[in-house]
Design a protein around this ligand. Sequence first.
Ligand code: 5RP
Length: 234
Amino acid sequence: MSIAKENAAMAAMEFIETGMTLGLGSGSTAEIFIDMLGERVAGGMKIQGVPTSQRTADCAVEAGVPLIEPDKITKIDVTIDGADEVDPLFNLIKGGGACLLREKIIAQASDRMVVIVDDSKMVETLGAFPLPIEVDPFGLSLTADQIYAALKQTGCEEAQTVLRQAKDGSGPLVTDGGNWILDSKCKVIPNPADTALALSQIPGVMEHGLFIDLADVIVIGEADHAKVMELSRE
Ligand code: 5RP
């Protein structure tokens, strides 16, 4: 377990209060947070979690964190989630764990999104991490062509996409929602909001991993402490 990720997860606890409904993100940093949350629940804290993936749901059950279906709630107080890249304006690349669609549904429905990362995830410009794009398998090559054009038109330095494969070699990776993932090696995404908008207009794109104007707090874990950065959107 990375100590930097652990420090980030620990510092994020200050945003959690008893009585809250929490969005539970996906990935190794989110899982560390969920384990810590389980300890708080065992100590008497009353919260309920909305998981952003089946793996997170399994992890929460194991940690003893009570879960609730998204259709049974009207609001989420705070979502805690990891990220693959974070820029100085709190724009994110997410989806390294292929959970971006559900992560974005839950983040957007939350009053506050707290992102927990180690310091390796902080970048000046997004794009070195391949941008995950969740697509409908139907008409894949047509969608891939439109993605290529959208990335180029919005100034991305490169735009090749690769279909993500399952780790067990069984074929394309299938997301919890039954879709596939194209990873786009953009190298540099100079205008993330323009790229996000262009990708959203392609019918075969179910969702993309650019999270624009969603993160309110970034907690950056380092070896011996965590730094908390907050953005006010008011
Ligand atoms: C999953 C994600 C993760 O939050 C992201 O990949 C970061 O993961 P980790 O905490 O393991 O570095 O977006 O879809």
